[in-house]
Write a protein that binds this ligand. Structure first.
Ligand SMILES: CC(C)(COP(=O)(O)OP(=O)(O)OC[C@H]1O[C@@H](n2cnc3c(N)ncnc32)[C@H](O)[C@@H]1OP(=O)(O)O)[C@@H](O)C(=O)NCCC(=O)NCCS
Length: 180
């Protein structure tokens, strides 16, 4: 796959993207969101989205992610944070991420996440951001672990999880260490 086959650009809700309504990443909820809600969400400023267009296929809508601001409870970070934290923690939330099934496992998800980390890194120089939070689909938890995210499950004293969720977090310290 050539490096310049794809362009990643800010999603413009006034544009009609080729095959956006046919986007299929294998996850029904994410597909439905892209077909019916993404345009409205972005035009109402509830999130900003970034879209990957395939230049070999009429600039087809091939992958996307979207980011929003988010308030995390300090107690949610107990398992990964030393020292006390305020009750409300300002974060960025990765709302959704999806790659068309025909293009999965080619490094595009990783490429989009790298773009997201650069954006969070830049924004954190202007606005207080403690890290990047997301709610992962069970099938994608390993993908995010491989990128350095921590799980925010409640741990038992023996290290096992009492309450398995897909809540995951990457602190701004780690992002800065990668990108500063
Ligand atoms: C999860 C998703 C975005 C990953 O995108 P992708 O383009 O297939 O991922 P990449 O090719 O960049 O993979 C990066 C690495 O993660 C691994 N990986 C990808 N998907 C994985 C999964 N579901 N579970 C475990 N590892 C996974 C790859 O093997 C690769 O590892 P490597 O670099 O060591 O070879 C994509 O599979 C997808 O759209 N899934 C359906 C929607 C979804 O679950 N989105 C996440 C919602 S929170």
């Amino acid at each position: 796959m050539s490096d310049n086959r794809f362009i990643l650009e800010k999603y413009d809700p006034t544009t009609s993207y080729f095959q956006q309504k046919k986007f299929d990443c294998g996850n029904k909820l994410i597909n439905k969101f892209v077909h019916g809600s993404l345009k409205k969400q972005v035009s109402r400023h509830f999130s900003q989205a970034y879209v990957l267009l395939d230049l070999d296929d009429n600039e087809r809508f091939s992958a996307f992610y979207n980011l929003t601001s988010f308030k995390l409870q300090g107690s949610e970070l107990d398992t990964i944070s030393q020292g006390s934290l305020p009750r409300d923690i300002p974060c960025v939330r990765l709302v959704m991420l999806g790659v068309n099934t025909s293009l999965q496992n080619k490094g595009l998800g990783r490429k989009l996440m790298s773009d997201a980390l650069h954006r969070v890194h830049r924004a954190s120089k202007e606005i207080g951001i403690y890290g990047l939070y997301l709610d992962a689909e069970p099938s994608a938890i390993n993908f995010y672990l491989s990128l350095g995210f921590n799980r925010l499950d409640e741990a038992n004293t023996d290290g096992s999880n009492v309450n398995e969720t897909g809540k995951m977090f990457l602190s701004i310290d780690v992002i800065n260490a990668l990108l500063d």
